[in-house]
Design a protein. Structure first.
Length: 276
C-alpha cells in the first residue's frame, strides 16, 4: 500500500511515482506471443513480476522463456491456451492459483484478440463464422478470463485488470472490419460495467486503447497495403506525426496496473499520439 504524507512537498510525490515495480506480483498476460502482449510480458518481467504468459501460438510463445530478468527476480512461465474456450481458461487460472498456494493472481492483462487474419469486405459478405471468430477473440476471451480470475480476487479484496482495446472502439476502425469495431466497443463497455460491479471488492479494471501499430502479421499486412503515400497520410493524421511503439503502450498499462493508479477504475486511456 502507498501512504502519502500530505505535509511532504508535491515534488516528492511526483518523483516517487516514476519508480514502478512489480516485485513478487503475479501477472497473467493473454495474447503474449506477439506484439503488445509480448512487450507487456517482457516489461512486467523486467520489473520483478512473476509473469504467466499465455497464447494459442505455442511455438512463438516459447521465445518468452528466454527473457532477461534484469536482476529484479522477474520470471516468465508460458502456457498454451485458447481463451475462447471456457474449460481451458478455468484450468489455466486454477493451475496458476494452485502454484501460488491458492492465492489470487494480482494483475491480469487481456491483450489477446485482433482481426484474426480477416480483411475488410461488405457486411452482407461476412459469414457467421467470420463474425463470431473476431467477437469471440476480443470480447468472449476477456469475459472468460475475467470471470475465471474474479472469485479469488474477490476473496483477496484486491486485484487489477487492464484490457487492451483500440481506438476502433470509439471511432471508425481503420481495418474496415465491422466485427472488429463492434468487439472493441464491446470491450470498452464491458470494462466500464465491470468497474462498477467489482469496485466494492477492491478490484480495479481499466483499458488502454492504442492507435494503429504494425505489431503482428495482420497489422503489418494492413500497413504495407497502405503504400508509401498512405503511410505518410496516416502519420500526418496523428498530432505527433508518428506511430506509437509497444513499449509506449506498456508504460500506460503498467501505470494502470500499479498502486499509483489505486483510485482509477473504469477508465479508457488512449495511447495514440493525438487527441481522441
Amino acid at each position: 500500500m502507498i501512504v502519502y504524507d500530505i505535509h511532504r512537498p508535491i515534488g516528492w510525490l511526483l518523483s516517487s511515482a516514476m519508480n514502478i515495480e512489480f516485485l513478487n506480483k503475479s501477472v497473467l498476460v493473454t495474447g503474449a506471443a506477439r506484439g503488445l502482449g509480448y512487450a507487456l510480458s517482457e516489461s512486467f518481467a523486467q520489473r520483478g513480476a512473476q509473469v504467466h504468459a499465455t497464447d494459442i501460438l505455442d511455438i512463438e510463445l516459447e521465445k518468452l522463456k528466454g527473457l532477461v530478468q534484469c536482476g529484479r527476480g522477474g520470471t516468465v512461465e508460458t502456457y498454451c491456451a485458447d481463451i475462447t474456450d471456457v474449460a481451458q481458461v478455468e484450468s489455466l487460472v486454477a493451475g496458476i492459483e494452485d502454484s501460488r498456494s491458492g492465492q489470487s493472481i494480482d494483475i491480469v492483462i487481456c491483450a489477446a484478440g485482433g482481426i484474426v487474419g480477416q480483411e475488410a469486405k461488405p457486411i452482407e459478405q461476412v459469414s457467421q463464422h467470420e463474425w463470431r471468430a473476431i467477437v469471440d477473440a476480443n470480447v468472449t476471451g476477456v469475459f472468460n478470463t475475467v470471470k475465471a480470475v474474479l472469485p479469488s480476487m474477490k476473496l483477496a479484496g484486491t486485484g487489477a485488470i487492464v484490457v487492451i482495446s483500440s481506438g476502433a472502439g470509439f471511432r471508425v476502425s481503420r481495418t474496415g472490419i465491422q466485427s472488429y469495431a463492434a468487439s472493441k466497443a464491446g470491450q470498452i463497455g464491458l470494462v466500464r460495467q465491470l468497474a462498477h460491479e467489482v469496485g466494492p471488492f477492491g478490484i480495479r479494471i481499466n483499458s488502454v486503447a492504442p492507435g494503429f501499430m504494425p505489431t503482428s502479421p495482420d497489422y503489418i499486412r494492413q500497413w504495407e497495403g497502405y503504400g508509401s503515400e498512405g503511410q505518410i497520410a496516416l502519420k500526418e493524421s496523428i498530432a505527433l506525426r508518428r506511430l506509437g511503439t509497444p513499449e509506449e503502450v506498456a508504460h500506460a498499462v503498467m501505470f494502470l496496473a500499479s498502486e499509483y493508479a489505486a483510485f482509477i477504475t473504469g477508465q479508457i486511456i488512449a495511447v495514440n499520439g493525438t487527441p481522441s
